[in-house]
Design a protein around this ligand. Structure first.
Ligand SMILES: CC(C)(COP(=O)(O)OP(=O)(O)OC[C@H]1O[C@@H](n2cnc3c(N)ncnc32)[C@H](O)[C@@H]1OP(=O)(O)O)[C@@H](O)C(=O)NCCC(=O)NCCS
Length: 194
């Protein structure tokens, strides 16, 4: 059974709506776009079938820890992209999630890039995680060469904590530089006074 306990959120320009089955065409539009997928997963656009699986996975992100999930963002009624607060599986047992930590992420349509939307939604994710959901740490991971994503994480106050090198069967171009993990603890976020 699906446990869903996600709040609708908003920022100055964005209406952030909990992702539902009715948003499938929106998430698929992102996942099948080569520009969007350059530094994500295999570094190539997903096929229709893969994009359907991603949508199901995003819907499921709302079922692990109450309050977490994926939000679709609209500006003036137009779909901009999605933002996620995902549960983190514990190392000992991947079926059990860490209760007080979350991994955030975002994916926007290229026509909205460079206008501060990613940052605006991402800051709201961090605020929601700490202030409303009682999380104590927010992390983010991306390919080291994904400067746009790194800039968004830094703009939210997250700090680069390490670079790691995983082995993949179908590595995306650029993965040779590794992947980076960013993090912010609740006390650090409170100290920012945001
Ligand atoms: C990453 C992404 C979400 C950024 O979205 P955006 O709305 O353009 O980002 P913003 O306008 O909020 O910019 C935030 C910061 O990133 C910087 N930035 C944006 N694009 C950049 C780029 N290509 N290179 C370097 N910095 C960049 C901005 O200058 C800004 O920095 P500032 O806070 O110092 O002013 C968007 O490029 C995207 O959807 N990419 C494809 C999917 C992806 O890679 N997602 C992240 C993977 S984990």
């Amino acid at each position: 059974m699906m446990i869903k306990n996600q709040s609708a959120l908003s920022t100055t320009r964005l209406k952030l709506v909990p992702l539902g089955p009715e948003h499938r065409e929106f998430t698929m539009q992102l996942d099948m776009n080569p520009e969007v997928m350059k530094y994500v997963a295999f570094g190539r656009p997903f096929t229709r079938e893969e994009a359907i699986q991603v949508h199901d996975w995003l819907l499921n992100s709302a079922t692990s820890i109450p309050g977490l999930g994926t939000w679709v963002g609209f500006a003036n009624g137009e779909f901009v992209g999605w933002w996620i607060l995902a549960a983190i599986p514990s190392k000992e047992n991947p079926e059990i999630f860490i209760a007080n930590k979350t991994e955030y992420g975002f994916r926007l349509l290229p026509k909205f890039w460079g206008q501060g939307y990613a940052k605006e939604g991402a800051r709201e994710m961090v605020r929601h995680a700490f202030q409303d959901l009682g999380m104590t740490e927010v992390i983010g991971e991306t390919m080291a060469i994904n400067q746009a994503c790194r800039a968004v994480m830094a703009a939210c106050g997250l700090k680069h904590v390490n670079t790691f090198f995983n082995k993949y069967d179908t590595p995306p171009p650029g993965i040779e530089e590794g992947e980076v993990r960013y993090s912010i603890a609740k006390e650090e976020w409170l100290a920012l006074g945001s």
